[in-house]
Design a protein around this ligand. Structure first.
Ligand SMILES: [Zn+2]
Length: 76
């Protein structure tokens, strides 16, 4: 059974599927999405595509955005 972060070798934080770094990145992502949504009414999936494509996005954030995007695709 793998209890690690799906994106790196670190241990998961309690109550999260991510480690402390990727969890922080996920929170940043959600905050950014809230800001963007107010201005642009962007869909979550489209927002993730933009984050992954943007050069300015941090590596941690890109990791998480990419991971979430893959899950969106699988979920249909
Ligand atoms: Zn991680």
């Amino acid at each position: 059974m793998n209890r690690g972060c799906p994106l790196c070798w670190r241990r998961r934080e309690d109550g999260s599927e991510y480690c402390t770094y990727h969890l922080a990145a996920q929170k940043n992502l959600l905050n950014a999405f809230r800001d963007w949504q107010e201005a642009l009414e962007l869909e979550w999936r489209d927002f993730l595509v933009v984050v992954v494509a943007r050069q300015e996005s941090g590596e941690w954030v890109k990791d998480v955005a990419h991971h979430l995007l893959e899950k969106e695709k699988k979920g249909g």
